[in-house]
Design a protein around this ligand. Structure first.
Ligand SMILES: Cc1cc2nc3c(=O)[nH]c(=O)nc-3n(C[C@H](O)[C@H](O)[C@H](O)COP(=O)(O)OP(=O)(O)OC[C@H]3O[C@@H](n4cnc5c(N)ncnc54)[C@H](O)[C@@H]3O)c2cc1C
Length: 444
């Protein structure tokens, strides 16, 4: 008889993981607390609830999240099957009727002979028992404490405080320059965008007047007390000088000709490939369009291409680069896997996708078979590679995008942008098909 597996959380990732394991012949106990106690954003009693938007974003293969959905479909995704069943017209996006979507998944899970749904709040984890933790961004408090015991208190986070990330090749290096503060270190890691007084004045005026995003949660008020990740606009509103003594401090960052600056914005490498840079200290709650408008006023960022905008909200996630391997398994304990938003991916589709891989790899682990490391030429592989290999210092969640996918061969990079994206997509789907064949996974 095959082993039994515990899965904590019947959200998007937990349901995907359960479905994969159950289809591979494993018995799954799927624990879900919502019918006993709902969190601030849950409304339905059914599983895999979309708590905010009803969109699974772009359908286009030229978009990384569109290709990710196709990769998931090939891997036998329950979420994609449900989305197809529940879809409603939304142009280029895959939007769903959230109740039809959630009911479809609930029925599939409840009627599966290998899955038992248990309405219970999990508060302890037996490290010797195969377990997938998929309790999401709003994990209950008692379980948060238990997870902290597994991953270490300092590696479990309660809030996103995400600074925007831009593509390195979109930074204007005729205005920006590379240097570390006080020229510390052997390599020049930071890109610096200098400002004179009039540029700072304009930036300051626009930043303090920019429109804020609507708070996701009532509890976002708590962010006010979390000084370590104060939004840049809140810092600016404290006074004209505050940013000049904080992230925009010019000390130790003279221009290459030796002249002084009034203010300097620093950008730090965000990935091992060194093609993405984050704006240091620029965690923000501004609307995305406002971020683009105001941050492009920074000299050197006039044409910056944003691969991720800043956000701030409640979000429980672990420091995946330190805790997880490429299989979604904890490095320290081979019986414990994580899946979903709690691993530091961001978004419905991304969360569900990691559930598929965690489910398949848990099955491989229990069968003592080779587990699957997806290549970073695929979107899911790129995402997992990102959460495994990005800097663990100030690790922040990531959505699907082409920048986290391995570059195409040089000759294919020279074509039009749209053709390039389609080449990325084509290669990703070919790679997923190869994996499916090699590991003899069922093809959809
Ligand atoms: C307020 C909010 C709004 C969001 N809006 C969007 C959006 O519009 N679009 C988007 O793409 N992404 C959004 N996200 C991000 C993310 O994609 C979703 O949260 C997504 O549902 C994550 O999937 P998951 O499976 O990891 O977690 P979830 O779908 O949250 O599933 C986790 C499940 O675990 C259960 N659980 C928690 N603790 C326990 C416990 N102790 N015992 C048993 N069960 C437990 C929960 O009840 C829940 O059902 C949002 C996140 C938040 C917090």
């Amino acid at each position: 008889m095959k082993n039994k597996v515990n899965i904590i959380g019947a959200g998007l990732a937990g349901c995907e993981a359960a479905y994969q394991l159950a289809n591979l012949g494993f018995q799954v106990d799927l624990y879900e607390v919502k019918r006993i106690k709902k969190n601030e954003v849950q409304n339905l009693d059914s599983l895999a609830e979309l708590v905010c938007s009803n969109s699974l974003r772009s359908k286009e293969l030229s978009n990384a999240v569109g290709t990710l959905k196709e990769e998931m479909r090939l891997l036998g995704s329950l979420v994609i099957e449900a989305a197809e069943h529940a879809k409603i017209p939304a142009g280029g996006s895959l939007a769903v009727d959230r109740e039809i979507f959630s009911n479809f998944i609930t029925e599939k899970i409840a009627n599966h002979q290998n899955i038992t749904v248990i309405d219970q709040e999990v508060t302890t984890i037996n490290k010797n028992y195969p377990t997938i933790i998929a309790s999401g961004p709003l994990t209950t408090e008692k379980l948060q404490k238990e997870i902290q015991k597994i991953v270490g208190e300092e590696y479990f986070y309660f809030f996103d405080a995400v600074a925007p990330i831009v593509k390195k090749d979109s930074i204007n290096m005729e205005k920006a320059f590379k240097k570390n503060r006080y020229e510390k270190g052997d390599t020049e890691d930071y890109i610096n965008c200098p400002m004179n007084k009039s540029q700072y004045d304009e930036f300051y005026k626009e930043l303090t007047g920019a429109k804020l995003a609507e708070a996701h949660l009532e509890n976002d008020k708590k962010l006010k007390y979390f000084e370590g990740c104060m939004p840049i606009e809140a810092m600016a509103k404290r006074g004209y000088q505050t940013m000049l003594f904080g992230p925009l401090k010019p000390a130790g960052l003279r221009n290459l000709d030796g002249s002084d600056n009034f203010a300097v914005v620093q950008l730090r490498p965000d990935n091992a490939a060194d093609d993405l840079y984050n704006l240091v200290g620029f965690q923000t709650n501004l609307q995305w369009s406002e971020q683009k408008r105001v941050f492009q006023l920074i000299p050197g960022l006039e044409n910056a291409e944003f691969v991720r905008f800043g956000v701030m909200h409640l979000n429980n996630f672990i420091n995946a680069p330190l805790i997880l391997n490429h299989f979604m398994q904890t490095k320290k304990n081979s019986n414990i896997f994580f899946a979903g938003q709690i691993t530091g991916v961001e978004g419905y589709v991304e969360s569900a996708a990691t559930g598929i891989l965690a489910g398949i790899n848990m099955a491989k682990h229990l069968e003592n078979a080779q587990m699957i490391k997806l290549p970073s030429t695929t979107v899911l592989g790129g995402l997992i590679n990102y959460i495994n290999t990005t800097s663990s210092h100030n690790f922040q969640p990531m959505k699907a995008n082409w920048s986290i996918v391995a570059d195409l061969p040089v000759e294919e990079m020279k074509v039009k942008k749209i053709d390039k994206k389609l080449s990325y997509s084509k290669r990703a789907l070919q790679e997923i098909n190869k994996i499916i064949d090699y590991f003899q996974l069922k093809k959809n």
